[in-house]
Design a protein around this ligand. Structure first.
Ligand SMILES: C[S@@+](CC[C@H](N)C(=O)[O-])C[C@H]1O[C@@H](n2cnc3c(N)ncnc32)[C@H](O)[C@@H]1O
Length: 287
């Protein structure tokens, strides 16, 4: 073999050796990268098992056990609904709407009464809340609520926040509750109480409820918890077609009539009296 061919052979062998070494290096690097990805994936899966992603469903936490006092109030609430609201034989039209009855069983009425009336919180009577005003009798709250035919998607306006109890019952049943109180002291106290009890769907305002709450109108339902001598035209205007309003109307010194006002789809209105009642008056200016 000539010297020239020998040099050529050595160069080819050398080149082949370099290529083999390079190929081996590439394979080693790829194997190392693959094993890194695998262990990272395994770590991620493990950590997902240890602490599930925020979006995944969390198991429901067991409710806090009720204190002895809360258990006692709960038992009184169940009796209140059974004996005063849902019962058929006491000369009253029983309230039948299951959602309304469930709301009445749930809302802690004792949180809405003045401390000196705590013992009577679940009694079959209205109670004073200060400034000559009252928290309505449980049966009347349930009866008026049922009249509204509340649905989960509804927006409801209440005139006469008082203690905030009726608003809380409504909040268990509908999407949004707007409530207006004319006395600042009562309105502020109810707002704070509802916030403390975490009723986030309720918006409170201190104003003359005669004019309704135009900014949030129209409403699926309106409930007036003070007696007017006529049905305020702004409230009729702010009721949705197909909507329902209940309002006590009549002379404050005498028994009033609870009226159910229905707005038809064409905007016309019909009203009928459904129950004799006694409410504090709708006033136009807080003293
Ligand atoms: C029977 S109490 C209401 C009870 C209340 N819904 C509750 O659950 O405690 C009637 C309330 O209507 C309020 N009120 C009277 N006239 C009003 C008016 N023009 N606008 C708003 N609230 C009024 C009174 O101050 C009183 O708090």
């Amino acid at each position: 073999m000539s010297k020239k061919w020998k040099v050529c052979l050595v160069m080819v062998v050398g080149l082949l050796a370099v290529l083999t070494v390079l190929a081996a290096l590439v394979m080693i690097a790829r194997a190392a990268a693959f094993s890194q990805v695998q262990s990272a994936t395994a770590e991620a899966r493990q950590s997902e098992r240890d602490s599930p992603a925020k979006e995944s469903a969390q198991p429901e936490q067991a409710p806090e056990p009720l204190s002895e006092e809360e258990e006692r109030f709960k038992a009184l609430r169940l009796d209140m609904v059974a004996e005063q609201i849902a019962k058929d034989e006491i000369g009253r039209r029983p309230v039948k709407d299951r959602r309304v009855l469930a709301a009445m069983r749930k809302v802690p009425r004792h949180e809405f009464v003045l401390p000196r009336y705590l013992g009577a919180a679940y009694a079959d009577t209205p109670l004073p809340i200060g400034l000559g005003q009252t928290i309505s009798q449980p049966y009347i709250v349930a009866f008026m609520t049922e009249l509204l035919k509340p649905k989960p998607e509804h927006k409801v306006l209440e005139i006469g926040t008082g203690s905030g109890y009726q608003a809380a019952v409504l909040a268990e049943l509908v999407k949004e509750v707007y409530t207006i109180e004319i006395y600042k002291q009562l309105g502020d106290r109810a707002k704070k109480r509802l916030e403390d009890l975490k009723y986030k769907k309720i918006k409170c305002k201190v104003a003359d409820g005669y004019f309704g709450w135009q900014e949030h109108a129209p409403f699926d339902a309106i409930i007036v918890t003070c007696a007017a001598d006529h049905i305020p035209p702004p409230l009729i205007k702010q009721l949705k077609p197909g909507g329902r309003m209940c309002i006590p109307v009549g002379n404050v010194a005498l028994t009033q009539q609870l009226f159910l006002v229905e707005k038809n789809e064409d905007g016309s209105v019909r009203s009928k009296s459904v129950l004799p009642v006694r409410f504090v008056p709708l006033i136009r200016k807080a003293e």
